[in-house]
Design a protein around this ligand. Structure first.
Ligand code: TYD
Length: 258
């Protein structure tokens, strides 16, 4: 079975940057990796992304219920066409920039749709495909939104985060602070309910430090270690860099294609 890791967090939490770093680090070490970005990845998902973020209808809005169905439709398509097959692969790390917990945090806690209905939609869309590890980049919304403002005005180098929201298409960033506070506390509740799946990290910490914690968490996972040790590239080496207390992983052999 593949190892499935999702990244979650509010606007400006740095999760896309960290997800991108994880993908590159794994690929550089020859670990087969697949990256998914929600909503997106499939054709339908990309269309839905444009619909939600692009506001092609001027000042008209999407109802909260319709928004839930749009995100769920994108996810259902992704799971049925891509994820349900990929999770069966014996040696693959799937890295998701947002997954089902975003819907609970944004549509459930943020939009205040009934949590049991959000849960039903999620169960239908995911067919039970859930991450092994979910990394929450937790930030106070006011600080994180300020960071987003700087990203968008070009004052802050957000790296290759793949953000799609140019000025004028900031559907969620334009929500009041109270909305973002509800999203944050929703995430923290989810993490507390399932501590074995979640790792909460301080998203305001330095980027390199956050990544060190992520890398440690991934390389310490039983499933990851088993995947690496059982791989054909049998020169797998897992070493502990005692000086820096960082877990370094290196794997020699051919770099597989994506
Ligand atoms: P994106 O550009 O991916 O933003 P970010 O860089 O913050 O991930 O846009 C996705 C937006 O959609 C983001 O504001 C969160 C929101 N969202 C939901 O409200 N529900 C969901 O189920 C998902 C996947 C995303």
């Amino acid at each position: 079975m593949a190892l499935f890791i999702s990244f979650e967090g509010g606007e400006g939490s740095g999760k896309s940057t960290q997800a991108g770093r994880l993908v590159r680090t794994l690929e550089d070490r020859g670990v087969p990796t697949h990256f998914i970005h929600e909503p997106g990845t499939t054709k339908l998902g990309l269309h839905i992304r444009e619909l939600i973020k692009g506001r092609p209808w001027g000042k008209d809005t999407i109802s909260h219920e319709a928004e839930l169905f749009l995100f769920s439709a994108a996810r259902a398509d992704l799971v049925s066409k891509v994820l349900s097959k990929q999770v069966e692969e014996p040696r693959l790390v799937i890295v998701a920039d947002r997954y089902v917990d975003s819907t609970v945090a944004y549509q459930g806690y943020g939009r205040r749709l009934p949590l049991d209905l959000v849960d039903s939609a999620n169960r239908l869309a995911t067919r039970g495909v859930m991450p092994d590890l979910t990394l929450l980049l937790d930030c106070p919304p006011a600080d994180a939104l300020e960071r987003v403002g700087k990203v968008q005005s070009g004052l802050f180098d957000g790296g290759e985060s793949g953000r799609m929201d140019d000025a004028g298409t900031r559907r969620f960033e334009d929500e009041p602070l109270a909305f973002h506070r509800r999203v944050r506390s929703g995430y923290l509740k989810l993490a507390a309910l399932e501590p074995e799946r979640w790792l909460v990290l301080d998203g305001m910490n330095e980027e390199d430090k956050v990544f060190d914690s992520i890398w440690q968490a991934v390389t310490r996972m039983e499933k990851f270690r088993a995947m690496v040790e059982d791989s054909d590239a049998s020169d797998a080496i897992l070493t502990q860099d005692e000086e820096s207390e960082r877990t370094l992983f290196s794997l020699s052999g051919n770099r597989p294609g994506r």
